[in-house]
Write a protein that binds this ligand. Structure first.
Ligand SMILES: Nc1nc2c(ncn2[C@@H]2O[C@H](COP(=O)(O)OP(=O)(O)OP(=O)(O)O)[C@@H](O)[C@H]2O)c(=O)[nH]1
Ligand SMILES: [Mg+2]
Length: 361
């Protein structure tokens, strides 16, 4: 899962990136304006993996991973507005989901490119840039399609290109009405047609309010009424400071500020929901492995994520839920309790399932 952190200059992207990854990207009160991307891969913390490791004592442990990228270097001011280069848009487009870090903290020492603190405006500002970028991709593509279609139905690709043309016409209208593409209901076929475009306003979006040490009283007023979107919060600088402390100091600090859990775990969890993903496990003495899969993936899809041979030669899946396995205490106990079962390739896997794929190639 690849998540891109985006946001206006000085909103606290690098600060939040550090808080989420225990990283040490440079943060500064003045934006350099140069494109700079920091990327780190983080293990998804999961107590279930620890339990399975206790049970199987494997040689190798592979947790699920999340890749965060801090995409800096947006420029702008109140007079000119915010500008995003083509290169930056390209970087943003490679992610599965976006976290828009929105500044809500007041600090006279940190300049806001649009001068005052107005989170709702900042949200709209970046959204507009994404809409315009998507619109220009569509406007670049449509004349070529129109040209081909004008040659008539005898063209072998006529049907396919007509479908694409009609879909783009519909999406163009949506964007012109200021609606992001994530709000458009699409069929599986339409999703496929659009995949190559990597539209920015189609990506699942977390609005992450960067709250300042004392919080932001108006946070509840921020609205983002879109599909595949969520509004969340973080006290970025405070959390970045805490992850750099030793355990004892961190505990005291968190108590003082009333923080029960650091955001790095919570944000990953929220990202999984946002992206409709789940985790299943394979477990044995060789390896305990947590796999990321789409929600409602079938046993066959899960097999394919592990290895294409397992998908090709799929016979059956042995399945036990994590809860049943850990309650039983061992494979053997789960088998005699009858919770360890056999399923076919259409079985819809559940979050936390432990799978053993039987296959033959
Ligand atoms: N007061 C306060 N300052 C913060 C907070 N979060 C970040 N900052 C400060 O704001 C400044 C900008 O933070 P960065 O994380 O560098 O912001 P950025 O979005 O990465 O900036 P660019 O990469 O230049 O676009 C730094 O001086 C941070 O220390 C916060 O919660 N409160
Ligand atoms: Mg930065």
């Amino acid at each position: 899962m690849k998540i891109g952190l985006v946001g206006l200059p000085n909103s606290g992207k690098s600060t939040v990136f550090n808080a989420l990854t225990r990283g040490n990207a440079a943060t500064a009160a003045y934006s350099s304006g140069a494109l700079e991307v920091h990327t780190l891969v983080v293990d998804v913390p999961d107590e279930r993996v620890d339990t399975l490791v206790d049970m199987y004592r494997p040689k190798k442990i592979t947790p699920a991973k999340v890749e965060y990228s801090d995409i800096g270097g947006l420029r702008g001011d109140a007079a000119q507005g915010i500008a995003i280069s083509g290169e930056q848009l390209g970087q943003i487009a490679t992610n599965d989901a976006l976290i828009h870090v929105v500044r809500t903290f007041e600090d006279a020492n940190v300049a806001h490119p649009l001068e005052n603190i107005d989170p709702q405006r900042d949200i709209d500002t970046l959204d507009t840039e994404f809409l315009l970028s998507d619109l220009s991709k569509i406007e670049n593509r449509m004349p070529k399609l129109a040209g081909n279609l004008s040659k008539g139905k005898s063209l072998p690709s006529y049907e396919v290109e007509k479908k694409e043309f009609d879909l783009l016409t519909r999406l163009k209208e949506t964007l012109e009405n200021g609606i992001p593409l994530r709000d458009v209901e699409l069929t599986e076929e339409e999703e496929k047609i659009l995949r190559g475009f990597q539209f920015l306003s189609q990506k699942p979006m977390m609005i992450l309010l960067n709250m300042g040490d004392e919080g932001y009283p108006d946070a509840k007023k921020i609205s983002y009424p879109h599909q595949n979107a969520v509004v969340s919060q973080i006290r970025g600088r405070l959390e970045m400071d805490i992850i750099n402390l030793d355990d004892e100091d961190a505990r005291m600090f968190m108590e003082e500020y009333g923080i029960s859990q650091l955001s790095l775990n919570r944000i990953i969890h929220e990202s999984y929901q946002l992206l409709s993903r789940m985790v299943f496990f394979t477990a044995g003495e060789t390896e305990v492995h947590a796999w990321e899969a789409p929600l409602n993936a079938t046993a066959l899809t899960c097999a394919g994520l592990i290895h294409s041979d397992l998908e090709r030669g799929f016979i059956r899946a042995e399945v036990v839920s994590f809860e049943d396995l850990s309650a039983a205490g061992s494979e053997a106990a789960a088998k005699s309790a009858g919770t360890w079962r056999l399923e076919g390739k259409k079985y819809v896997a559940q979050d936390g399932d432990v799978l053993l794929i039987r296959f033959n190639v």
